[in-house]
Write a protein that binds this ligand. Structure first.
Ligand code: GDP
Ligand code: CA
Length: 314
């Protein structure tokens, strides 16, 4: 069985752990969001690719859901002593090594896809991890401070905690970006495509904004898992992203936003089972089950339900 998954960071990485356990024999290709990528201190940082790589490779800080386990922060303290900015983005010493090596390989002219493969050689995530594109795409938020400004997504998310409303969210560079090597083939060759409970706007939405990817995905059987339970994101501030694009924060509204042209199946939490009768979701098969990824067992059950529904619909 071949499964292709579009992935953001923490929600996706945890779901993928369950998916590997639910269908150990499956060949899983992960198309990772690179819209969160940012250059800090001259280093290229790819938060979502790294979260997937560290989580599946056993190096993640489990409590936090991102960053390395057993981390220390000497480099950060030394940078702070110089008054170097930005100080709002936390990078640990172990994590820094990843970004140093990535930046070195990129500077040698290797594309991000090849660099990611190289980094994964160490972590052996057990999936094929493909950046959505080798071309730089950076998500920005348009915010209204004393004047209107376009800030990098990370600045809005991490420094401002998305407390200032975003008027718009734009994937800068997406229009001119091409899908990374193997991305369209992995979508076309899959038995089905899964959307993990990732941010519908700045994770899944950004991947779909790369020309060609949405059409390729729409041609396949797609089952998604709702990142919204009972009208709120389980963690993070996805509500602020949904509000910015005029979508209500509910499991139903996210499915309707994707639309029956894109997804054929949608898993919602038991709390949201009324979505099954929502006339706005015509053409989408909705199934309700517990969607909190508390541990490997509950996460495996969610992944198994997604696979079962996709097999039924394929
Ligand atoms: P990020 O890039 O780290 O923000 O991660 P993603 O885009 O992959 O996922 C973020 C989304 O995961 C958020 O909208 C959360 O609501 C969702 N999420 C996190 N934990 C859970 C969970 O246990 N169950 C469900 N259904 N969604 C979750
Ligand atoms: Ca992310």
């Amino acid at each position: 069985m071949r499964i292709t998954v579009l992935a953001g960071g923490v929600g996706a990485a945890r779901f993928l752990r369950g998916l590997k356990s639910a269908v150990p024999e499956a060949q899983i290709t992960v198309i990772g969001n690179t819209g969160d990528d940012i250059t800090l201190f001259g280093l290229r940082v790819c938060p979502d690719l790294d979260t997937v790589m560290y989580t599946l490779g056993g190096g993640i800080n489990e409590d936090q859901g991102w960053g390395r386990a057993g981390e220390t922060f000497s480099v950060r303290e030394e940078l702070a002593a110089y008054g170097a900015s930005p100080a709002w983005f936390t990078l640990g010493d172990r994590d820094f090594a990843t970004h140093i090596l990535r930046s070195k390989l990129l500077a040698e002219g290797r594309p991000l896809s090849a660099v990611t493969e190289e980094l994964c050689r160490r972590w052996q995530p057990g999936v094929r991890l493909l950046p959505m594109s080798d071309d730089p795409v950076e998500t920005h938020a348009e915010i209204q401070g004393s004047e209107r400004a376009l800030v990098h997504f990370q600045e809005w998310w991490v420094r401002l905690h998305a407390e200032v409303p975003a008027l718009a969210i734009t994937a800068v560079g997406a229009e001119d970006a091409a899908p990374g090597p193997g991305v369209l083939d992995a979508i076309a060759a899959a038995d089905f495509v899964l959307f993990p409970p990732s941010n519908p706007v700045v994770s899944i939405g950004t991947i779909l904004s790369v020309p060609g990817i949405r059409e390729a995905v729409a041609a396949r059987t797609v089952v998604g898992v709702s990142p919204i339970i009972g009208g709120a994101p389980v963690r993070g501030m996805a509500d602020a992203c949904l509000t910015a694009i005029g979508v209500e924060t509910s499991a139903s509204a996210v499915a309707a936003h994707y639309g029956s042209g894109l997804i054929s199946g949608w898993l919602v939490d038991d709390q949201d089972k009324a979505a099954a009768d929502d006339p706005a979701l015509g053409g989408i098969v909705v199934r309700a089950l517990p969607l909190y990824m508390r541990d490997l067992a509950t996460t495996t059950a969610i992944a198994r339900a997604a696979v079962d529904l996709a097999k039924e619909l394929a």
